[in-house]
Design a protein around this ligand. Sequence first.
Ligand SMILES: [Fe+2]
Length: 326
Amino acid sequence: MTASASEETRVAAITTGLDRLKRSLRAGARTAADYRFREAEWSPGLVAQTETSPAITATMADFGYLPHECHGRPDVPDTLAMTGPVALLTPAGAQALRQIGHALKESAVHNDYVVSHRIRNVETLSPFVHAMVRDRAFLHRVSALVGVPLIPHPLRDAGVQINYYDPPAGGTQAAPVAKWHRDGMNYVFTMTLSDHGEHDGGDYIYYQGRPEEFDARREEITSAGSRHPEVRTAPFRHVGDTMFTRGSRVYHAVTPVTRGHRITLAVSLFCPLLGEQDENRFWHSAPDDGLLRTVNNWRLLRQAVRRPGAYCRREAIPVLPTPARR
Ligand SMILES: [Fe+2]
């Protein structure tokens, strides 16, 4: 392995402890008040209907988890760790999201906590995305893939995000990455809004093993990156390709882009039947959104966990029966 190859793929791991408190005191969520892009109109017909046989389907057992460590309850098994690529939207739907992603790029902020360059709370900015994550056909599609009913996540700042990866502009600036991390969110769908041919690098990589194994071998794994025997690369190819990841249980990262540009949409969802098992932690969100905003977000999350039916009625969110997983 050459030094340059190592530099191209090496991604640091997320910080913890006092650094999170310092970031929480500095951070404040910013909104794109002047977003005036003429979006395509959302339609349920933009939800993909084709059956897929994804290249990757891995259960929690495949990651070394024991049955009692998995989410779910006896009548709601919930053991999928990873699957994809799949299409959630038709090509026209994915292209509409790609245009929205480009239009919102000006509003994205730099932050070296997890993802270098991104915009949070997209659901509040984009009428298309707001309608999409509340659409019965869309929720049916994502729920069927995972096997539990899913709704848009009550933590709206973190619920839908768009991440931007570009080569560094100057000699000293580092290329945007997603550091090695686990999400607060249990159910995360990552959709590429770029064809892979549009960029070099920018690979979504993940560690196929237990988090404590990753933590114990952090230096070895982050140094080797995609060359590590337990590190896999998600096979994103075309605009719209989507991976499901149990983000809170799977360490993952995105390598630096060395040519071209990459945009991804991350949609995190919530299971109203298993709300108590949501793994978000206050100190995971606060460094991105600031302390005050995180306190308010947390109040809304607790409401949704305690009274999911009332939450869905108030938010006009359709709740689907527990689906049979595809
Ligand atoms: Fe993530």
